[in-house]
Design a protein around this ligand. Structure first.
Ligand code: ADP
Ligand code: MG
Length: 701
């Protein structure tokens, strides 16, 4: 296949340039170059009017008569200048090189198409080294097009491969190919019904479109193709797993579940919680392994859904585990579940890397014998030394800190027997497009309803200016018996400074909130686990009124009496973090408040983040805004994921195409799960080619 040909054999490349193309852009083959898409285009579809050309640096295309041409200066200052005139005005053109050739070939009085960048010289606008082409009816039409601009690097530019050089290579490559070299990957009926260009046409037009319409059509086709094959692959994994991986059948709803529901559950489930419990129930009774993601906003009540799912396993003679990303959170879950279960007779344990010695041995022995029904812990639970008698279900809370690999480790937990059912819970909502990609192989449930009676948290943005008033407000709330969080940013790169800020904040606060009237807790990442825990417990028991902390309290911590969240340097947090932090309050019956403190100077992005927070409490809306502002690669927890590196698709913008791609892929697989039908031959071949390339696989596994 010509597309597999090594890039050095392309006309105009050779070994040296090939080396640079490989190193700088990862372009090894003809195909790689073909899929190195422009990141923008220079619009040459129209002619500018000379009178309007004022902005230095702007790229313009004129059509006019060359009125004057003369050589000025001597030696190094020698230059050729000319005047171009259209109906609206005149502009100076100037060349410092190639003068001889230009003098011979340009003719005063003729009409030219002139393209270049406006610059300012001696207070006048001119164009240095414009491209000149004689205007005639034919090339006037041809001149109207878009010029592709490719990502390039300094090293490439040194080798003559700037945007123009890459443009020339790509043009040459496309001219050397025929449609047979770029076989279609999509079935004809699909292209017809979804109005997609052919692959051949799309690849021509993505590089060299003549109109905006052509560019849009090519872009749409290529985005669709990229998203479609990823979805097809993810859904195929899901289908195969469903077919292949039989799962434990929990056909009984027994005493644990029923007694919990009737005697222990302290509230009525929301409609959304009931729906998700039903979905889980259907999964675990189906005979296939459940792989389900539960998405729900902070405080939507995921924990109790997790617990009820775990009880289904217990009722059928299996064990359950709940895994959390941090020690504190695991501890909190354990306390929570123990409390909810009361005297139900569930033997539930707690296991993290810090549980050692006899305690650990006892738990391990009970898990292995089946005497212990359930265990809550951190990722220590997936270590090999933890063996279950029969793990029926694994719940992973706050999934985004667990990698796909870790999930896979869980599936292998019951050696020789069936894999456990897996229920993944996200900490915060993630945008739909991201969910479809990152968790495209899972079934998704959404808890889109908050428990009744929640008062929306009132969020305000305050600057340094208001610090005294903010403190006054904190004192009022504390006087009412409430508690307050004060959170400082802490990131690895600026850790030392951040820690200093936190400590000086603590000292300042200790002065303004003096003992014995006020007690202050402090928790940060540099403290020992035991010390952190001690401080957390004091705050929980209301022995302290203020908790100063870094983002260690971000996930999951539940202190219903806390009603004020003050976030210092709020502009330094990402949206999802801010939303998480805010979710720490508003858990009780009281009106809660979130105060975002910043300096005066803010970037446009920071301002938009803060505004979003002030305007809405809806985690799904916030997640969409976060995606828009930061792009998919920067959303928390997704950085490592190769799944989000697209050539052309953009999850922040291409939600519609993605939804369509997924629906179409789903329909195809429902009809033909292993793509055996002749009409799906192209799809099958394309998946196989991608697999062979190894590229797509590295994204998914
Ligand atoms: P998250 O989804 O953020 O993990 P939690 O499970 O921690 O939320 O629940 C938040 C709070 O809401 C807890 O105090 C929990 O007891 C309470 N809660 C959960 N479901 C309901 C409900 N249906 N009605 C009233 N309160 C509920
Ligand atoms: Mg939670």
């Amino acid at each position: 296949m010509p597309l597999d040909t090594a890039i050095e054999y392309l006309k105009g490349v050779g070994p040296q340039r090939a080396e640079t193309l490989k190193k700088e852009l990862g372009i090894f083959t003809f195909g790689d170059l073909l899929y190195h898409f422009p990141f923008r285009y220079i619009d040459r579809t129209r002619f500018h009017r000379i009178r309007d050309a004022q902005t230095e640096g702007e790229q313009v295309q004129f059509r006019g008569i060359l009125r004057r041409l003369e050589t000025l200066g001597e030696g190094r200052a020698r230059r050729l200048t000319g005047t171009l005139r259209d109906e609206t005005g005149a502009i100076e053109l100037v060349w410092f090189q190639g003068i001889h050739w230009l003098e011979k070939n340009l003719q005063v009085g003729k009409e030219y198409i002139v393209f270049g960048r406006l610059s300012e010289f001696n207070g006048r606008v001119n164009i240095a080294h414009p491209e000149m082409e004689e205007a005639n009816p034919e090339n006037t039409q041809k001149a109207r097009h878009f010029d592709p601009v490719y990502p390039s690097t300094d090293k490439l530019v040194q080798k003559g491969l700037d945007a123009k050089g890459l443009r020339k290579l790509t043009r040459g490559l496309l001219d050397s190919l025929s449609p047979a070299d770029l076989p279609e990957t999509l079935p004809d009926p699909l292209m017809g019904s979804y109005r997609l260009l052919s692959r051949w046409e799309a690849l021509q037009k993505i590089h060299f479109p003549e109109t905006q319409t052509e560019l849009d059509a090519a872009t749409r086709r290529l985005k669709f193709e990229e998203l479609f094959f990823l979805q097809l692959r993810l859904l195929q994994i899901r289908t195969r797993r469903k077919d292949a991986s039989r799962g434990f059948v929990f056909d009984k709803i027994g005493d644990f579940f029923n007694r919990f529901y009737q005697e222990k559950l302290p509230f009525e489930l929301t409609g959304a919680q009931k729906r998700v419990v039903r979905e889980v129930r259907a999964d675990v009774a189906s005979g296939r392994q459940m792989n389900r993601l539960v998405q729900g906003d902070v405080g939507s009540g995921k924990t109790v859904v997790a617990l009820m799912s775990m009880l289904m396993a217990l009722d059928n003679g299996h064990q359950a585990c709940l895994m959390a990303p941090t020690e504190i959170l695991a501890q909190q879950h354990f306390t929570n579940l123990t409390e909810l279960l009361g005297d139900l007779g569930v033997n539930i344990g707690f296991l993290t890397g810090n549980v050692k010695g006899k305690k650990r041995e006892a738990i391990l022995a009970q898990l292995a014998s089946g005497e212990m029904h359930a265990v809550v812990g951190t990722h220590a639970l997936i270590e090999d030394w933890v063996q279950f008698q029969s793990l029926g279900i694994a719940v992973i809370d706050e999934q985004h800190r667990f990698g796909v690999e870790q999930r896979a480790k869980l599936w292998a937990k019951n050696r020789g027997s069936l894999p456990p059912h897996v229920l993944v819970m996200t900490a915060t909502p993630i945008p739909r497009t991201l969910a479809m990609t990152l968790y495209g192989d899972l079934d998704v449930s959404v808890i889109d309803e908050l428990p009744p009676g929640r008062k929306p948290i009132v969020t305000t943005h305050r600057t340094e200016h208001h610090r005294l008033r903010v403190q006054g407000f904190m004192k009022e709330e504390i006087a009412k018996g409430r508690q307050v969080y004060v959170v400082y940013p802490m990131i690895e790169e600026t850790e030392t400074v951040d820690l200093q800020n936190l400590m000086s904040g603590y000292e300042a606060l200790s002065r303004d909130f003096p003992q014995p009237e006020y007690q202050i807790s402090i928790v940060h990442g540099k403290m020992k686990a035991a010390d952190k825990d001690f401080e957390m417990q004091r705050f929980l028991r209301r022995e302290t009124q203020i908790m100063i902390a870094t983002t260690v309290i971000e996930v999951g911590v539940n202190v219903p009496n806390a009603s004020v969240m003050v976030i210092e340097n709020a502009d330094r947090f990402g949206l999802s973090q801010l939303h998480q932090l805010r979710g720490r309050v508003g858990r009780g019956a009281d009106q809660s408040f979130c105060i975002l403190l910043t300096g005066f100077k803010l970037s446009a992005d920071a301002r938009e983040r803060l505004q979003t927070m002030v305007q809405t409490n809806d985690g799904f809306i916030i997640a969409e805004a976060d995606l828009r502002l930061r792009g998919p690669g920067n959303i928390e927890g997704t950085q490592q994921s190769g799944m989000l590196h697209f050539r052309i698709a953009d999850l922040a913008r291409d939600g519609q195409i993605l939804t369509a791609a997924r629906e179409i892929a789903l329909k195809i697989l429902e009809k033909d799960p292993s793509l055996q039908l002749p009409e799906h031959a192209r799809l099958k071949r394309q998946l196989e080619t991608e697999t062979k390339d190894g590229r797509v696989w590295s994204r998914i596994s």
